[in-house]
Every structure is written in structure tokens, then in C-alpha cells.
Design a protein around this ligand. Structure first.
Ligand code: PLP
Length: 369
């Protein structure tokens, strides 16, 4: 039996009747862009996250870039980003003409925190973009306090953490602006590309609605220089179905993570992901660490267990960002060399999880640390 990394088709099959009904509703409505399905999804998702406004856009990269644009970030500005993240976080900053300033993950964790951000501040720092990596919330309240103290804009990159909490608050509710991706593989995913920006600020929400639609919220009234980045009616209709299941899907992911933690604890040579106090993760991926990562991944693949590496190279390992390479070996270098994402998703059975655990045990029995 093979264990897929993530079974996206199972998500469709589970609620096929509801997705098909949503499809027919949109096809019969004659509205494809900026219609009632989008308004309904925006209201539902804003309320789920505890925000006043959600503005649907084309994808997660555009959500980040448009958040920076309406915050007035541009050339000459520095924006603090995690050294260890998906490249989109940095690209959004670079596309605004601003400079990304990388900060290393906090000791033992995956995310940046207030202490590391404080040490990276300069006179040109204008904004901070924490990423809630792998579904683990970064310290939202701590970063909010630091940004307030220094007059900085806090923009969450919550692409990997729909539903995660820090304390009582969900990600998507911290700082001035929050960017989401609904790429199919995310915890809340569309059946195509989609994204959203959340804010409590009426003016920022209005500016975002302009930006995504050629600078206009009324046809042919172009009040600013915008772009075309809209979340279409079909994706918005399907996302409403997915959103209704998000908590149940995240709960199953947590149960899978708990099984891994129970059955993989104490394996010499294997480090399990730690959860910060106060953080309630949604396990976008279950990233273990092993110095023998390549051999482990190969062995698991031979056993029919699909794994992925998030991410094999730090963002500063790519030529366009090489100027940001730190002088010394860092925690992000270590993560890139050692992390391995085990199968994770709402449709993994207990038996599949046990098969993964058995394969991991066999590997380490044959390769003692
Ligand atoms: C997926 C992702 C994005 C980009 O989202 P797209 O919808 O693919 O553009 C941005 N940041 C992080 C951390 C992501 O994981």
C-alpha cells in the first residue's frame, strides 16, 4: 500500500455533491467575476478569522504584494522576512521595489519572533512579514507589540496556517494586514489559484478592492493604478464548501500529528516538530528533522511512503537573492539540510500513519544514529 503525501482528490470525493451544486449554481447565475459568491466567501472567511474585511485576490503572492502596496511600501524601504520560507514571501517584497531583510527562525522552532526581528531593525525598516510556517502560528501578540513600538506595519503571511491560533486569536487577525493563499494544497485550498487579504481598516480594504480591479471599485472610474488580480466566482463558491469543513479537516490533521508524536518519540537521530506554548498549529506539514535526511527519504520512498522537503534550499541560495546570504552557517541552512515532511492531510487513515511510523523505525534500526 502506498501512502500519498496528500490526497487532494479525496477532498473532492468527500463533498462531491456540494461542490457540484456550487458549480451548477455559478454556471446558471451568469456571474463569473466579482459577484455574490465572492462577497459571501469574503464575509465568511473574515468572520472565521476574526477580521472586519477580507478581499479576495488571484493568489497568495498577489495577496502579499497588494498588502505591501496599500501599506505604501516601496523603493528604499526594508521589510523583515523569515530566512526560512517559501520564495513568495521575498518575491512580494522585491516586486514592490523594497529590500527583504532575512531573520533566522527562533531557537528550535520554525518561525521568526520579536527578539530576532528587533535585532534586524534599521532606520529604513518599514514592515515585518512573519510566516506561520508549516501551520505553526508565529508570536502574533509579541510581533504586534514590537511593531507598534517602532511604528512598523505588520503583515502576516498566513498561507500555510488557515485556522491556526496563538492564544485565543486565529492567524489572519494579527497586525494591519494578513495575506492568504488558497492554492489547492493549502489547509483551505481552492480547485485552482486564489488568495485573500484581510484587514480591520476600512480604508485599506477599499484600497485593496481598487488594487485588485484596475484601481476601480466602480466600472471605468480608475482612482489609482491597480492591477488585475481577482478571485473568481467558481473558486469562491467552492471555497465556501471547503471553509465549512476546515475545522474538521484541521482536527484530523492534529490527530495525525498526535499519532506521529506518540509513535515516533524517542527515535535516536530523529527530531520531531516542537510546538511553542500558546500556539495551536494546524499541521500544514509535519516536518521532522534528520541528519540522514536524503537516505531516510529514499528508504521511505522504497516503502511506498511519499515525502517532500519544505524547502531544500534557503531563499538566499537562489542567485537573485544571493546578496542576502549570511556569513555563517545558520538555522535556516540546517533546516534546509535536515527537514522532511511526512505524509499529512485530513484523509490519512490511522493504518497509513502506522505504516509511515513502521517504515521510519525500520530505517533507524538499520541506520543507528
Ligand atoms: C503557498 C505560499 C505562498 C504563495 O501562494 P500562491 O497562492 O501559490 O501564490 C506564499 N507564502 C507561503 C508561505 C506559501 O506557502
Amino acid at each position: 500500500m502506498t501512502v500519498p503525501f496528500l490526497d487532494l482528490q479525496a477532498l473532492y470525493r468527500e463533498d462531491a455533491a456540494a461542490y457540484d451544486a456550487a458549480y451548477h449554481r455559478v454556471m446558471n447565475s451568469g456571474r463569473w467575476i466579482l459577484g455574490p459568491e465572492l462577497s459571501r466567501f469574503e464575509a465568511a472567511f473574515a468572520s472565521y478569522c476574526g477580521r472586519r474585511h477580507a478581499v479576495g485576490v488571484g493568489n497568495g503572492l498577489e495577496a502579499l504584494r497588494l498588502a505591501l502596496v496599500v501599506a505604501g511600501i516601496g523603493p528604499g524601504d526594508e521589510v523583515i522576512v523569515p530566512a526560512h520560507t517559501f520564495i513568495a514571501t521575498w518575491l512580494a517584497v522585491q516586486q514592490c521595489g523594497a529590500t527583504p531583510v532575512p531573520v533566522e527562525p527562533e531557537d528550535g522552532g520554525f518561525n521568526i519572533g520579536p527578539a530576532g526581528v528587533r535585532a534586524a531593525l534599521s532606520a529604513r525598516t518599514r514592515a515585518v512579514i512573519p510566516v506561520h510556517l508549516y501551520g505553526h502560528a508565529a508570536d502574533g501578540p509579541g510581533l504586534e507589540a514590537l511593531c507598534a513600538e517602532h511604528g512598523l506595519v505588520l503583515i502576516e503571511d498566513a498561507a500555510q496556517a488557515q485556522g491556526a491560533r496563538w492564544g485565543e486569536r486565529r492567524v489572519g487577525s494579527f497586525g494591519q494586514l494578513s495575506a492568504f493563499s488558497f492554492y489547492p494544497g493549502k489547509n483551505l485550498g481552492a480547485f485552482g489559484d486564489a488568495g485573500a487579504v484581510l484587514t480591520d481598516d476600512d480604508e485599506l480594504a477599499h484600497a485593496l478592492r481598487q488594487q485588485r480591479n484596475y484601481g476601480s471599485t466602480q466600472r471605468y472610474a480608475h482612482e489609482s493604478l491597480g492591477t488585475n488580480s481577482r478571485l473568481d466566482e467558481l473558486q469562491a463558491a467552492w471555497l465556501q464548501v471547503r471553509l465549512a469543513k476546515l475545522d474538521a479537516h484541521n482536527a484530523r490533521r492534529s490527530a495525525v500529528a498526535a499519532l506521529y508524536a506518540q509513535h515516533l518519540a524517542g527515535v535516536p537521530g530523529l527530531r520531531l516538530p516542537a510546538t511553542a506554548p500558546g500556539s495551536q498549529p494546524v499541521w500544514h506539514v509535519y516536518a521532522v528533522q534528520a541528519t540522514a535526511r536524503e537516505e531516510l527519504q529514499h528508504f521511505l520512498s522504497e516503502c511506498g511512503v511519499e515525502t517532500l522537503v519544505h524547502y531544500p534550499r534557503p531563499v538566499y541560495g537562489f542567485a537573485p537573492f544571493a546578496a542576502h546570504r549570511p556569513a555563517a552557517h545558520t538555522r535556516s541552512d540546517e533546516l534546509c539540510a535536515q527537514v522532511l515532511s511526512l505524509p499529512m492531510g485530513p484523509h490519512l487513515s490511522d493504518a497509513q500513519v502506522m505504516q509511515v511510523c513502521a517504515a521510519v523505525h525500520s530505517f533507524f534500526e538499520a541506520h543507528p544514529a
